[in-house]
Design a protein around this ligand. Sequence first.
Ligand code: PLP
Length: 413
Amino acid sequence: MTFAYRDGVLHAEGVALDALARRYGTPCYVYSRRAVEQAYDEFASALQGRDASICYSVKANSNLALLSLLAHRGAGFDIVSGGELSRVLAAGGDPKKTLFSGVGKTSDEIGFALERGIACLNVESAAELERVRAVAFEKKRRAPIALRVNPDVDPRTHPYISTGLKENKFGVPYAEAEALYRRAAAAPELEVVGIGCHIGSLLLEPSPLVSAVQRIVQLVERLESQGIRLRHIDVGGGIGIRYKDESPRPIGEFVRSILAALGRRPETVVLDPGRAVVGNAGVLVTRVEYIKPGEARNFLVVDAAMNDLIRPSLYGAWHEIRTVREAPDAEALYDVVGPVCESADFLAKDRRLAAREGDYLAVMSAGAYAMSMSSNYNSRPRAAEVLVEGTEARLVRRREMVEDLFALERFPG
Ligand SMILES: *Cc1c(COP(=O)(O)O)cnc(C)c1O
């Protein structure tokens, strides 16, 4: 277990979280190097023997230290902005193993990606295809492209799909993809290299992905019959993790199901997992500032807030909360809330926690879509980030100082 109690104290690998909280202050994100590598290796070993590429989805957690350790392990990257490309480059990632997704790439971002030799731009509309063509012409570079196709997988059988439906903003409609591929193949500025899809996040079992892959394979076969050959098939990310009592199928089972659906297709298979790599490799450590009993509800007011971890406020997401010092469950129920001036500022509701002022709590499963979605709302400096490896801990992002928050601001006079 990466995060477990030893001698009554919650540890990250071999390091006690209360010691880290005292050394680096709170709120503080703590990541386990081993957990990240183990999750990545599950993908890698399930793909062994198959021509494949794992492109970690940077938006899940974009800390340079994590990007660097994944790059060293051989990962490519899936990015959604020029800023993320700069991070990948700064971390030593290979642009030739990097895919650029997203519905709203600007000309500047497309140009930057082409100059750096990106592996593929995942084009999401006819208008974007035209834009990529124009930028490639101007830069005198041939742009490697794939279409992100929306497979419109039936939502009734798979209710947790959230980005692969007709009504979502993502991807090219399935019915229009063929014509758009023909247009792309005819443009000298473009090099058609692949096809992509990404049907949504938090999938607990492979069948929606399998349906999507089957639809994509049908399209690939039709393209092939028209002489349009692809080098890769990108099946996206979306593999879920356990936050509460969910039982997602193991990563290896997802991968095997995807490979089975691809059958004997010769293209390189690309996976771009985010949450499944880092989600359960991180926790957010926070300190109880006040205990505030109330008539209707009791509150634990902590020093982390929605600006540090917005998932509960934004999606009603459930994160387990543990006391860093092991304690029996309390009688009272608490809402764990932060200091931000919004009623939506909560980390958890109705939890039995035995905590006193000054105690540390760990918000579990906070490795993905946590720090990367943080903000400075209420002029709150962002948390520190620490990477643990065995019994060693290293600061991989210093806590912001208040001066950092207004360093870019100027008086008009
Ligand atoms: C966000 C995203 C992913 C990662 O999704 P997870 O649910 O974190 O695995 C993969 N591919 C694309 C195109 C994405 O936008």
